[in-house]
Design a protein around this ligand. Structure first.
Ligand code: R5P
Length: 309
C-alpha cells in the first residue's frame, strides 16, 4: 500500500516534494483554532492501515507541538500502520545542558515527548553539540539527513573562487565537509556570544583571500546576529560581498533584511523551513531517509539512530 504523507499546515510545499520523491500520496490534515486558544485537528484522509508520516518543520515549536501530537494520536486511533514524523528542522536541541541552575533540559524532554507519539523521525542536520547523536536522546529510530553535499554542490555551481568561513567552532562539522567536496579553502573563526542577538567574532587576517568570495556557512540563521556581525566585519575590511549559506532559515523578524543591510551579496538556505531565501531543495534526500525509516520495525528498531550522507 502506498504510504500517506500529511502536511502540518505551512509545510505543503515540502510535503509535496517528499511525496513525489518517496513516492507517497498526499493526505489531508486540517487545523482549527478556537477563539479561546484551543485547537482541533482533523484527519481528512483516513489512514486505513497504511504507513503514514506527518511533515512538520519545528521552528516556532511551542505553537505546533500540541496540535501535532493530537494529529499523531488520531492517525493511530484511525488505524494507521505506523506514524512517522518528518521534521526537516528539529527544535530544542541547543538546550542540551543546564547552563544555569534550575534550567530545564529541553532537548531530552522534547525528544521523549515526540518519541511517545511517533514511530520514527527523520530530520535534517540537527544542531547536536554536547549530545553527539540523536540516539542518545530519542528512544525511537531517528535519522539525520546531512545537507552538506547539497550545500557544497550549490556553492560549486554558483560561487567562483569561494573562501568558506565558519563563524564558530560548532560550524566546523559542516564547513570542513563542504570544503572537501567543493575543493575550497576554509577557516573557522572564534565567536563569543553575550546575549540572544549579541555576538563578537574574531576575524583573522584574510588579506591573501582578497580575490575570493567569502561564503559564510552555518547550520541555522536564527536572529541573524552571528552572520550580520561577520558580514559587517568582512565588508569593513573591504572583502567582496559575502554569500551566506545556511541549512535552516529560522529567521527571527528582520534577520534576513539585517543581513542584506549589513552587506551580504546573497543569502541562500535549504527548504527545511519555508522562506524566501530557500534555494536548495533537500526533499529528495529526506524522502530516501523516510522510505527507509518507515520500513524499520517500530518496536524492535527502537533506540536505533543513524546518519545519511
Ligand atoms: C550556533 O551554535 C549556531 O550554529 C548558529 O551560529 C546560531 O544559532 C545562529 O544564531 P543567530 O542567527 O541568532 O546568531
Amino acid at each position: 500500500m502506498t504510504p500517506l504523507v500529511y502536511s502540518y499546515p505551512g509545510n505543503e510545499s515540502f510535503a509535496a516534494g517528499l511525496a513525489l520523491h518517496w513516492p507517497a500520496e498526499a493526505g489531508g490534515l486540517s487545523l482549527h483554532h478556537f477563539p479561546d486558544g484551543e485547537s482541533l485537528v482533523r484527519i481528512d484522509t483516513p489512514p486505513g492501515g497504511r504507513v503514514t508520516a506527518i511533515v512538520c518543520s519545528l521552528n516556532d515549536p511551542d505553537a505546533k507541538i500540541w496540535p501535532l501530537l493530537q494529529a499523531a494520536r488520531t492517525l493511530k486511533e484511525l488505524g494507521a500502520a505506523s506514524v512517522g514524523l518528518v521534521a526537516p528542522y528539529l527544535a530544542y536541541l541547543r538546550q542540551d545542558a543546564r547552563f544555569h541552575p534550575g534550567e530545564a533540559l529541553s532537548a531530552p524532554v522534547f525528544a521523549h515527548l515526540l518519541s511517545a507519539h511517533f514511530d520514527w523521525l527523520v530530520t535534517v542536520d540537527p544542531h547536536l553539540h554536547r549530545v553527539h547523536a540523536l540516539s542518545e536522546i530519542f528512544p525511537i529510530p531517528a535519522t539525520a539527513v546531512a545537507a552538506a553535499p547539497l550545500l557544497a554542490q550549490w556553492i560549486t555551481d554558483h560561487v567562483a573562487r569561494p573562501l568558506l568561513l565558519g563563524p564558530d567552532a560548532e560550524s566546523r562539522q559542516w564547513v570542513t565537509r563542504i570544503a572537501e567536496q567543493a575543493r575550497a579553502p576554509w577557516r573557522i573563526l572564534e565567536k563569543l556570544r553575550s546575549g540572544d542577538r549579541e555576538v563578537a567574532i574574531k576575524v583573522p587576517d584574510l588579506e591573501v583571500w582578497r580575490d575570493h568570495t567569502p561564503v559564510l556557512v552555518d547550520d541555522m540563521i536564527s536572529s541573524g546576529g552571528t552572520l550580520i556581525e561577520l558580514v559587517r566585519q568582512l565588508r569593513g575590511i573591504g572583502l567582496r560581498p559575502p554569500v551566506c549559506v545556511a541549512v535552516h532559515a529560522v529567521f527571527a523578524p528582520y534577520g534576513y533584511w539585517g543581513l542584506l543591510e549589513a552587506g551580504a551579496g546573497q543569502v541562500v538556505t535549504t527548504n527545511t523551513i519555508a522562506h524566501g531565501s530557500n534555494g536548495i531543495d533537500v526533499s529528495a534526500a529526506v524522502a530516501e531517509a523516510s522510505r527507509s525509516a518507515a520500513q524499520m520495525p517500530s518496536i524492535e528498531g527502537r533506540g536505533r539512530a543513524r546518519s545519511i550522507a
